[in-house]
Design a protein around this ligand. Structure first.
Ligand code: ARG
Length: 278
């Protein structure tokens, strides 16, 4: 049985990371990433998370799979089960067998989702016991409904309306069961109302900091790791009792990702998901 005592996070070193295709508005093959900067920035995030008490597990990088570094999209972990992603774009579909093999070798039961596409923790985040799920750009609401039945939890599907914020984790980040960071313009009016009704305390990020991937933060206890260049959010986090830790991740923004995308919590996206097994 895996240890449930320390936050456990899956990451994948950026050995084969690069901008080799364009599947979101941030990616441009003419705006290449620098391999050495990418390595340093990824290592900076890993060391920061370790200093916050996280136990980092590694997925081995694979040549020809430049986006494998974004482990948030490997699947949705719930207790000992991973619901594997079914990527929208063929460019990323080749990641799934690699992800599946890792989970199986590490004591998880790996399940396929149905019916439609689903991009894992990138589009499905727990707020308390409710799974908030982003759909349209990469994931289908049909899968989210199916997942609700499998997990026995409430699902709140929210439509993503801005292709720059194409995954839920680029515009929404739960801090705990009653607080989340968000960027409202990434949602339609109905989604904004639904999130406001579901999450009592919402911290809004500015346009500029949303574009610095402020919402794409990793929460470890009362600590939040995020890209540098988001001072307004850092101040707001302090106001609600969290400590922000900025680390530069610009090389990954070139692919449309930042701190959260580079990580996958293996011990549950929230404490509630685990409570009944501990
Ligand atoms: N280039 C990747 C893609 O477009 C970036 C994934 C970012 N991941 C995330 N969880 N938001 O699929």
């Amino acid at each position: 049985m895996r240890s449930l005592t320390s936050p456990t996070i899956l990451m994948c070193p950026p050995d084969h990371y690069g901008i080799e295709y364009e599947i979101n508005p941030w990616m441009s093959r003419s705006h290449k990433s620098d391999a050495e900067f990418a390595r340093q920035q990824w290592q900076g995030l890993k060391s920061l998370l370790e200093s916050l008490g996280a136990d980092i597990k590694l997925l081995e990088p694979v040549p020809g799979l430049p986006d494998l570094v974004f482990t948030a999209n490997a699947g949705l972990v719930f207790r000992d089960t991973v619901y594997l992603s079914r990527f929208r774009y063929p460019e990323r579909q080749r990641e799934t067998p690699i992800d599946a093999a890792w989970f199986q070798a590490n004591g998880f039961s790996a399940k396929e989702v149905t019916p439609g596409d689903f991009e894992g923790a990138g589009d499905a985040l727990f707020v308390g016991e409710t799974l908030v799920a982003g759909y349209l750009v990469r994931s289908d609401a049909t899968v989210h409904q199916w997942l609700g039945g499998q997990l026995g939890c409430a699902v709140l599907p929210v439509q993503l309306v801005n292709t720059r914020y194409y995954h839920l984790d680029t515009c929404f980040c739960p801090l705990n069961a009653s607080t989340a960071i968000w960027y409202p313009p990434a949602f339609d009016e109905y989604g904004q109302k639904a999130i406001t009704a579901c999450v009592p305390k919402l911290i809004e990020v500015t346009d500029n900091e949303a574009a610095r991937f402020a919402c794409n933060a990793v929460v470890v206890g009362q600590h939040v790791a995020l890209n540098s260049g988001c001072p307004d959010l850092e101040t707001k986090l302090k106001g609600v009792g969290y400590t922000a830790h900025a680390t530069p991740l610009d090389e990954f923004i070139k692919a449309g990702g930042s701190a959260k995308c580079l990580t996958l919590r293996l011990d549950g996206e929230d404490a509630a998901a685990w409570r009944s097994v501990v």
